[in-house]
Design a binder for this molecule. Structure first.
Ligand code: FMN
Length: 366
């Protein structure tokens, strides 16, 4: 299929393209990514069946396996049927915001993205391009519900709104997805590529309290809500964040989003990717994804599990691991560390380049 061919050629070309000036390579990848994704979203590969033994039940909802796409891949509700056919355990649309957004542009580069092909990593400074809660909720409402393949939506407060207005808009978005019939919601509390209120513990707690009062406590059906934090979350903050989530009635936590700890991650990269990395992080900043996050997401998952073991929540509560997941081994480690579910983005495309639409089959074969 076309996207498989593009991905394979890209995989071969990446080491060469990284010899280009970093600005040129970023231009090529930022533009090329959109071309690739259009082809990817449109494809209808043969249906892949994953063995039933991999099914996971969370909140009474069956996921036919514990691995699904991370937020930001299907921002506008694309790829639902594609993911189902590939064998994903669930589907996550978004992140969406109240108003449609075109994303970031700097130095003539729109939605900047750079892979680090020698390090199984990437950076992006997309800036949450999306067509808005209402448009995406409408799209999702028309999808057929496949058994064992729950559909979720990721939302975030609009960067251009502030205070209670931003939170009221977010809650309105959650209500739209509720009416659209999604099976779970994920609040993105951690996008490094847009401004979205203070990231102090107190400010996060206030926002979560507002959402709990305005939405969680008024739910008329069983609609789990999880909160996604950054992979940069300090281990010592895990306990107090979990206290807030479990006390307020949230249903899970996701560790987590991309990282801005550039100096720390640079040391883990292949030196051949230094030039691209230094150019990207000094020009755009952005969030680092992929292999450099593998240890952070695993450590945060472990800490969360340990804390919950000694402070059991009153209601069913799940940990989702995101960051550097790219193999069957990563998935097994996630489970052992305490994650019920895992999400992938950078690793998904690493696997796609090698195994095409058979990427989930490959993971679960292992
Ligand atoms: C291009 C790109 C866009 C992303 N957009 C979003 C987003 O809209 N919302 C979100 O919560 N996370 C977003 N993320 C973060 C991913 O969901 C994920 O948390 C992060 O990439 C770490 O996982 P990975 O190592 O498997 O890539 C994005 C990541 C990438 C690479």
């Amino acid at each position: 299929m076309i996207s498989e061919t593009i991905a394979r050629l890209d995989h071969l070309a990446r080491p060469i393209i990284t010899h280009f000036a970093p600005e040129t390579a970023t231009q090529i990848y930022s533009a090329g990514r959109n071309v690739f994704l259009s082809a990817y979203f449109a494809e209808k590969p043969a249906f892949v069946r994953i063995a039933e033994e991999h099914a996971v039940t969370c909140w009474g909802i069956e996921f036919r396996n514990g691995l699904m796409n991370a937020a930001g891949l299907f921002k506008n509700g694309e790829g639902y049927e594609l993911s189902y056919r590939q064998g994903a355990g669930g589907y996550l649309a978004g992140t969406t915001t109240t108003h449609a957004r075109t994303g970031n542009t700097r130095n003539g580069i729109a939605k900047p993205f750079a892979p680090y092909p020698n390090s199984r990593a990437a950076s992006n400074w997309l800036g949450l391009p999306n067509s808005g809660h209402a448009a995406v909720a409408k799209r999702l409402s028309a999808f057929p519900h496949h058994a064992g393949f729950p559909m979720g939506a990721s939302l975030m407060t609009a960067p251009e709104s502030s205070g209670e207005v931003a939170l009221e808009e977010l809650v309105a978005g959650m209500q739209m997805y509720d009416r659209a019939g999604v099976h779970f919601l994920e609040i993105n509390e951690s996008c490094p590529n847009v401004a979205h209120g203070s990231s102090s513990f107190e400010a996060i707690s206030e926002r979560l309290e507002f959402i709990a009062t305005a939405f969680l406590k008024k739910r008329l059906r069983h609609l789990p809500v999880v909160v996604k934090f950054s992979n940069d979350t300090a281990t010592q903050d895990v306990a107090r964040l979990l206290d807030v989530l479990t006390t307020l009635g949230y249903d899970g936590v996701n560790f987590g989003n991309t990282s801005t700890q550039y100096a720390q991650h640079r040391t883990t990269l292949n030196p051949r990717d230094y030039a691209s990395f230094d150019y990207f992080t000094s020009t755009f900043g952005g969030g680092v994804s992929g292999e450099p996050l593998r240890a952070c997401s695993l450590a945060l998952t472990r800490s969360a599990k340990e804390y919950l073991a000694t402070h059991p929540p009153r209601e069913e509560f799940h940990i989702i691991r995101t960051g550097g997941v790219a193999s069957a081994l990563d998935l097994a480690e996630s489970r052992t560390a305490g994650a019920s579910l895992a999400q992938w983005y950078t690793g998904l495309f690493e696997q796609f380049a090698e195994h095409g639409h058979g990427l989930y089959a490959r993971i679960f074969q292992g």
